[in-house]
Design a protein. Structure first.
Length: 622
């Protein structure tokens, strides 16, 4: 098998898995799970062969032709694609395994695994695509997959509403993305990434801020950036492994990957705006996480915050280092992708750890109704603790290296951004300490937590593997094989700068941990922030009123405007203009039909009436 055939096979295999399950095994749950896991295994093995074999390919096949324009199914596998492929393949496979235990008794198990395979197919398409048309097609397929998986418990109104919300909000971002694609074709006369890159390299002045910002709309929706972040916390209504796969490690990271893939289309002026959107999202997500009591929603807002970190790092590429703009852009890409990879591992670990806890506690998700789980679930506790420490940036763990790379980049280029990101790191340590203490320590607060016990190896083995990656993914020995060409661009502090940035990082980490420990204590039964500072808690619980503003807009503006359009359509256009003319014709035909009865006496009466009318007309003329 050639390298081209292998890459195409990796794209096709999960699609065939979803198709086979959907057609033949909708009620054969165990077979459906086996087919989906087999497909994920093929993707994992093939991906590792491509990555460790240092295979890099670019090729395309003609798909459709419209006049002079040809749409191609193009593939471009470079170091950047290898980076995301590694995360998608490894995390995706582990989540498939974890799902065997978590979804064991679920009546929709076959449908669930078909959805996982469809999602893997969609993500692989984004990873390999070499043109904006192909990217957009798989971008929309990812949205469809997300809708189906979030809506897995479709009998629950909350799940259905969350799925619709995710779909609609992402359509807003994708509409901007589509406009950016259309403008790009009009501007560059091509949508192939290689051809556009060559045009920009030949004439950098060809770039347009509007195109860059419209293309950024793709990440604004998929990666949960302000103001299109509102769908991601509600998406936690789906099964917990879905939260780990889609809303922690892969789909939401696709927006960051796309920005890095098309960075040459985004001018520095647009990147500055992107940087500040990312910074605002980072601090916003961490503030909202403080008041959440649902373990999955805490992690969801944490994901929003960390995605903001990545977007801010990418935007920092607009700032010139030592007069070399190219170096700055590559440094921003390197820092963003480095954190994408480490975050993918430890956030998937945290979500699966939360799933293990929820499964053991009979689907209880309130952290203040748990407690004492460290003794009952030692493996889950140990793995979850590693995930927490990696997320808060404990020295020696993967999150420390990737977070500090971003902090160093901000320190070198923008003091205000550095302070915002440092404050985000402090808040992250604060709210994760709250979660860790409430869920795992103290006394069990409910019967479910008292009866909890460790899950079987099918669910704990993926946690252990992800915990290992959450430690080692930041070290240099992992980089040559997996991150080659990207990691060498990651900025590294040295000497006094290293001491300063690392010192600030450790200081805010310790401050957040200590503050969380002192304020919440061990095994709290209620949110002490709500009790002692109800005003602040209420404001943060309202999540800065984004959902309220959207609800007001939908009810008072959109619905009324749609009612006006409905009136114009049905009453004026359909009723008066279309149906009015049709009504006159119908009325005439009704009268004509009434005159043709087939009764001889009626015809005689009509003849007599006609003669009388003609006589009156003649008399009137005379």
């Amino acid at each position: 098998m050639s390298n081209e055939q292998l890459i195409v096979s990796l794209l096709v295999v999960p699609f065939l898995s979803a198709l086979v399950i959907g057609i033949f095994f909708r009620r054969r749950h165990e077979i459906a799970a086996a087919v989906s896991i087999a497909a994920a295994s093929v993707v994992l093995l093939g991906s590792l062969y491509l990555i460790f074999g240092n295979i890099r390919e670019e090729f395309s096949y003609e798909w459709m032709t419209f006049g002079d324009y040809t749409v191609s199914m193009g593939f471009y596998f470079n170091d950047l694609a290898a980076l995301l492929l590694f995360v998608v393949a490894v995390v995706g496979f582990l989540i498939h395994i974890f799902s065997l235990g978590y979804m064991k008794e679920d009546p929709g198990k076959a449908r669930y695994f078909a959805g996982l395979s469809l999602f893997m197919f969609s993500m692989m398409g984004i990873v390999f695509a070499n043109n904006l048309i192909m990217i957009f097609i798989f971008w929309e397929l990812v949205g469809l997959s997300s809708f189906l998986l979030i809506n897995h418990y479709y009998h629950k109104p909350a799940a259905s509403e969350a799925a619709k919300k995710a779909f609609i909000v992402n359509r807003l971002g994708d509409f901007g993305f589509l406009l950016g694609i259309i403008w790009s074709y009009w501007h560059f006369e091509t949508l192939n990434l290689f051809e556009m890159a060559a045009l920009v390299e030949a004439n950098p002045d060809i770039l347009h801020v509007g195109i860059g910002l419209l293309l950024f709309c793709s990440a604004l929706g998929k990666s949960g950036q302000i103001p299109l972040h509102v769908w991601l916390p509600d998406a936690m209504e789906g099964p917990t492994p879905v939260s780990a796969l889609i809303h922690a490690a892969t789909m939401v990271a696709a927006g960051i990957y796309l920005l890095c893939r098309i960075y040459f289309l985004i001018p520095p002026e647009a990147m500055v705006w992107i940087m500040w959107v990312g910074a605002a999202t980072a601090i916003f997500g961490s503030l909202c996480a403080i008041t959440q009591t649902d373990i999955k929603k805490i992690l969801a807002y944490s994901t929003i915050s960390q995605l903001g970190y990545m977007v801010a790092a990418f935007g920092l590429g607009s700032l010139v280092i030592d007069g070399d703009a190219g170096t700055a852009i590559q440094a921003g890409i390197g820092a963003a992708m480095f954190h994408l990879v480490t975050h993918g591992f430890f956030k998937a670990l945290l979500f699966l750890g939360a799933g293990s806890v929820i499964h053991a506690c009979h689907h209880e998700q309130d952290i203040y109704r748990m407690g004492g789980l460290w003794r009952k679930m030692p493996v889950t506790f140990a793995a979850f603790t590693v995930g927490v420490l990696a997320l808060v940036g404990m020295p020696g763990l993967a999150g420390f290296f990737s977070k500090d790379a971003i902090l160093y980049l901000a320190w070198e280029n923008n003091s205000a951004l550095f302070l915002i990101l440092a404050a985000t790191a402090l808040l992250t340590a604060f709210y994760m300490t709250r979660l860790w203490l409430a869920a795992f320590f103290g006394e069990p607060k409910t019967r479910a937590s008292r009866d909890a016990k460790e899950n079987n190896w099918i669910m704990t083995a993926p946690l252990v593997i992800l915990a290992i990656f959450s430690v080692v993914a930041g070290y240099d020995f992992m980089h040559p094989a997996i991150f080659d060409g990207i990691m060498q661009e990651v900025p590294h502090a040295e000497g006094a700068d290293f001491a300063l940035v690392a010192g600030v990082s450790v200081a805010v980490l310790l401050a957040g941990l200590i503050a969380g420990w002192l304020f919440y204590g061990v095994g709290a039964r209620e949110d002490r922030l709500e009790k002692q500072f109800p005003g602040l808690h209420g404001f943060l619980s309202a999540r800065f009123f984004f959902d309220d503003v959207y609800e007001w807009y939908v009810v008072n503006v959109q619905q009324r405007f749609s009612s006006l359009l409905n009136f114009i359509d049905h009453i004026l256009i359909s009723g008066l203009i279309v149906r009015g003319a049709a009504g006159l014709v119908g009325l005439f035909s009704l009268g004509a039909r009434a005159a043709h009865t087939g009764n001889l006496h009626v015809y005689v009466y009509w003849i007599f009436l006609g003669v009388v009318l003609m006589w009156l007309v003649v008399k009137g003329v005379q």
